[in-house]
Ligand binder design. Structure first.
Ligand SMILES: O=C(O)CCC(=O)C(=O)O
Ligand SMILES: [Fe+2]
Length: 454
């Protein structure tokens, strides 16, 4: 993939252009595309981890799906009421990503600060004020001593500070690091700072969690979960599988990503060579993708870590998503045009976006020339809060189309859409399924996994 200038331009701070789509609504009467498939992928909510549950398994149902192509907003699946709600929540809103979000009682921005496992010269000093220093390289490869406190002038530390060793040492912070990086991302930072490895926990500690969901909300989610999923060809080579991952699948994926994310090669704050930071945390599985060089490699250059393997179960979801998309396009009138080739992922890039996260329009083009030429699809899982996902043929937010990706949705872009420009305009607050949050303590934000074959 290549998050080249697109990542940069969109990923930097400062106001990003809003697509004209943001205020538009879908007029269902005018839908151009007919509905495609819908069926229960797996089980009803609660099926796997809660024993059994015959409710949704194997049951087929047809779900009406519409896309309003001319409106620039693709809207699919769901009941009419949900549709309206999601439009009110997201599509109709023109508010900018909330950079100044206030803290929630469940600790919106707390971070896990952990020195790099591979660093030989970590030095944690917590006496008096809190500072964490370590040796790292400057831009010219010289070794300098850095102080994390310097980097985070506006970080406030909570009373809950605990320290332990590299494997069991952690410094619990109530930090505004995410907002800080969002503000700072346009700056050219200090090369030393950006190389500091800080593993990021995508979940919050249970004790901080005080969100209670109403049974109404939970029932609504259950209903959505039992509805099965709907698939739609958004444009040639781009297929959206709405509600493809069950809640149990999502819980499993979050738990697995959390576990991997706190180990070697786990979630960190990526940055570019010039010091600009991306508005997300990242972890690579299978192979490392380095935003500084736009290259894939076996290890992560800044700390030498080896990316964890892609969990087997993840690949199974990918295979099923590809097969289902292929069946969908096989029934489409424009078979050849919509074609999606097979793909065996050897790379997965996991992104975690907090409420202020975003990603500029870019193309994924750092995979091998063969992979791209063949149009091998990128398969993208969305989990947690919904995202306004932009896509189009140009790197221009105003000309891009937009679709809201919800938790459980899987998007594929291959074939004719392999080189599509795409990005995340904003994360829609409080849109994650409550059950998912309760089961996993996933932080407010969105987990996205994109699978590719090099
Ligand atoms: O978060 C998303 O939906 C897109 C992520 C993406 O484009 C990427 O990682 O290359
Ligand atoms: Fe991408």
């Amino acid at each position: 993939m290549n998050h080249d200038e697109g990542w940069r331009s969109g990923g930097r701070g400062g106001p990003r252009g809003r697509s004209q789509a943001s205020g538009q609504r879908v007029n269902r009467q005018k839908s151009e595309r007919p509905v495609t498939v819908g069926r229960s992928l797996d089980e009803s909510y609660g099926n796997r981890s809660r024993g059994r549950g015959s409710r949704g398994r194997g049951r087929c149902r047809t779900v009406q799906v519409y896309v309003e192509k001319s409106s620039r907003v693709a809207n699919v699946g769901k009941s009419a009421q949900e549709e309206v709600k999601s439009q009110e929540d997201g599509l109709g809103s023109t508010k900018q990503p909330d950079q100044g979000a206030s803290f929630k009682c469940y600790g919106d921005n707390d971070d896990l600060l952990q020195p790099s496992a591979s660093s030989s010269s970590n030095n944690i000093n917590l006496s008096g004020g809190l500072s964490v220093s370590r040796e790292c390289e400057d831009k010219n490869g010289g070794r300098v001593s850095c102080d994390i406190v310097n980097r985070m002038e506006d970080v406030s530390f909570s009373g809950l500070v605990s320290v332990s060793s590299t494997s069991d040492k952690k410094v619990k912070l109530s930090s505004v690091e995410d907002r800080h990086s969002a503000h700072k991302s346009g700056d050219v930072g200090n090369a030393c700072n950006e190389r500091i490895s800080r593993l990021f926990d995508i979940c919050l500690e249970k004790k901080w969690f005080c969100l209670k969901s109403s049974s109404l909300e939970l029932n609504k989610e259950k209903r959505r979960a039992t509805k099965g999923y709907a698939s739609i060809v958004i444009r040639p080579g781009m297929v959206l599988l709405k509600n493809f991952l069950s809640i149990n699948d999502q819980v499993m994926i979050v738990n697995k990503c959390r576990e991997l994310g706190l180990g070697e090669g786990g979630f960190y704050q990526p940055g570019y060579g010039d010091g600009a930071l991306l508005h997300l945390k990242m972890m690579c599985l299978g192979r490392n993708w380095d935003p500084q060089t736009s290259r894939y490699g076996d290890t992560r250059p800044h700390d030498g870590s080896i990316p964890p393997k892609i969990p087997f179960e993840f690949n199974q979801f990918v295979q099923k998503a590809i097969q289902d998309s292929q069946s969908l396009v096989a029934t489409s009138s424009k078979k050849g045009e919509d074609e999606i080739p097979c793909m065996s992922p050897d790379i997965c890039i996991a992104n975690f976006y907090t409420s202020t996260g975003r990603l500029g329009l870019h193309r994924d083009k750092d995979e091998s020339a063969k992979s791209i030429q063949k149009g091998l699809p990128v398969v993208s899982f969305s989990i947690g809060n919904s995202a306004e996902f932009l896509y189009g043929d140009q790197r221009d937010d105003d000309k891009a189309d937009m679709v809201v990706l919800q938790s459980g949705d899987v998007l594929l872009f291959g074939g004719k859409s392999r080189n599509v420009f795409h990005g995340v305009r904003s994360i829609l607050k409080d849109t994650a399924p409550k059950v998912l949050v309760q089961e996993t303590n996933l932080r407010p934000g969105r987990l996205n996994l994109t699978f590719r074959q090099y």
